[in-house]
Design a binder for this molecule. Structure first.
Ligand code: AMP
Ligand code: MG
Length: 400
């Protein structure tokens, strides 16, 4: 089953507002086993809307539209659907009654203009809006097999409520025994570039493979998303398990976590398992590690804070290893921790050859140190260096 989302509004196409409804609706449809094949965003423009409805009816089984149901002249969703279906707008007396009641409760005169919100394309079913003035509607459009359209208002709170109360149960009913289970699993990796990681995997990222494996990268953290579609939930789980094992076999300890895991969570978990306490000693990252650890809401107790030394622009000399070790030992002593993760000064960015950052990890038994090359896009340098430090700690802790 294929789904499409059409988001309507000048505020979206002009860039004034981000279309968050499509994201939420897609998660909902995926959850119902409907594969969303397109997001379409259209201005408050009647011909463009009619065209989008036409295209969606040709390629999708279920289409959710958001926006354009208000009472003003730029709200054209009702007209677009009536024209697409070749029908006129008809008054729904119950919807009009609800509208009048809503205004009475709010002790306001209902403007004549609002009556338009009680008109719907002939042959459509009204989708009630318990807390807002614009009801939605459901309508079938297209030949020879019509697509089902659900038009909802753009106000996110109203859209969520109407989807969950009316559209979702309705979709479950319509899908019935054709229900597919789409499930996902996310693996998080760190330590190599995106293309290098891909080259380590057998032909998994290929289009058309099942399960599909998607790869994305955000500030040096690589996310692999495995998605499987099957007629039964157990079957899609089994397919995902199989692919996960292949990936883990190929990538080994480059995989550091799952789902929402970040490197700091994994470090925390390991230190908590060792009954240890952790502090950070930072120069180049200027407190970023301390910030991440203090925001991680699991195992917070094992984190005792950090010391930050300012890096002077004219003195960007890397620490000698001895200097970094001293700084880590000093921090661990002041904050009374068994472990301390230390990161040295940043060299100048993107020199040729690239400069290096020192990373040290103090444990009750030893001080391990490494250097990482400091090159890459300026926007991610700081984050990547911090993550390299966390990753170093993670790998050291695995051996503890
Ligand atoms: P409308 O139903 O078109 O009158 O939209 C009402 C309000 O909902 C707009 O002014 C936006 O602030 C918000 N809105 C509309 N569409 C979206 C969308 N796709 N994502 C997030 N907010 C939206
Ligand atoms: Mg609008």
């Amino acid at each position: 089953l294929r789904g499409e989302i059409i988001a309507i509004g000048d505020e979206l196409t002009s860039g004034a507002r981000l279309d968050t409804n499509s994201q939420w609706l897609s998660q909902q449809l995926t959850d119902l086993g409907i594969r969303v094949i397109a997001h379409t965003t259209i201005a408050d423009d009647l011909p463009a809307m009619i065209q989008a409805i036409q295209v969606a009816s040709d390629r999708a089984d279920f289409v959710i539209c958001s926006g354009g149901l208000g009472p003003t002249a730029d709200d054209l969703t009702r007209d677009a659907f009536a024209q697409s279906a070749g029908v006129s707008l008809e008054l729904d007396p119950a919807a009009l009654k609800h509208l009048r009641l809503l205004f009475r409760v709010r002790k306001r005169e209902m403007p004549k203009q609002n009556e338009i919100q009680a008109y719907f394309p002939a042959g459509s079913q009204v989708i009630p809006n318990p807390h807002g003035s614009a009801p939605g509607f459901e309508i079938a459009i297209g030949d020879p097999v019509p697509a089902r359209f659900f038009a909802l208002p753009g106000v996110p709170a109203e859209l969520f409520e109407m989807f969950l109360q009316t559209v979702r149960p309705r979709l479950e009913l319509l899908i019935g025994r054709n229900r597919k289970w789409i499930q996902h699993r996310v693996l998080k990796c760190f330590g190599v570039g995106e293309s290098e990681l891909e080259s380590m995997l057998p032909d998994l990222i290929r289009r058309g493979r099942t399960p599909t494996v998607g790869i994305t990268v955000s500030r040096a953290t690589i996310t692999l998303r495995i998605s499987a579609e099957a007629a039964a939930a157990q079957e899609s789980q089994r397919l995902i398990d199989e692919t996960e094992q292949i990936i883990r076999g190929c990538l080994g300890d480059l995989v550091f976590g799952e789902e929402a895991d970040e490197l700091q969570h994994v470090v925390f978990r390991r230190i908590a398992a060792l009954n240890g306490t952790l502090s950070v000693a930072e120069v180049g990252t200027g407190g970023l590690l301390c910030d991440w650890f203090s925001q991680a809401d699991e195992n917070r107790d094992c984190f005792r804070g950090g010391l930050v030394r300012l890096q002077r622009a004219d003195a960007a000399q890397p620490f000698e290893t001895a200097g970094l070790q001293e700084f880590a030992a000093e921090t661990a002593r002041v904050l009374r921790t068994d472990y301390c993760l230390a990161i040295g000064a940043f060299p100048q960015a993107n020199t040729n050859p690239p400069g290096e950052v020192q990373i040290g990890f103090l444990t009750p038994r030893r001080f391990a140190v490494t250097t990482k090359s400091f090159a890459g896009h300026p926007d991610i340098l700081r984050h990547r260096a911090a993550k390299q430090a966390l990753d170093f700690a993670r790998l050291q802790l695995a051996a503890e």
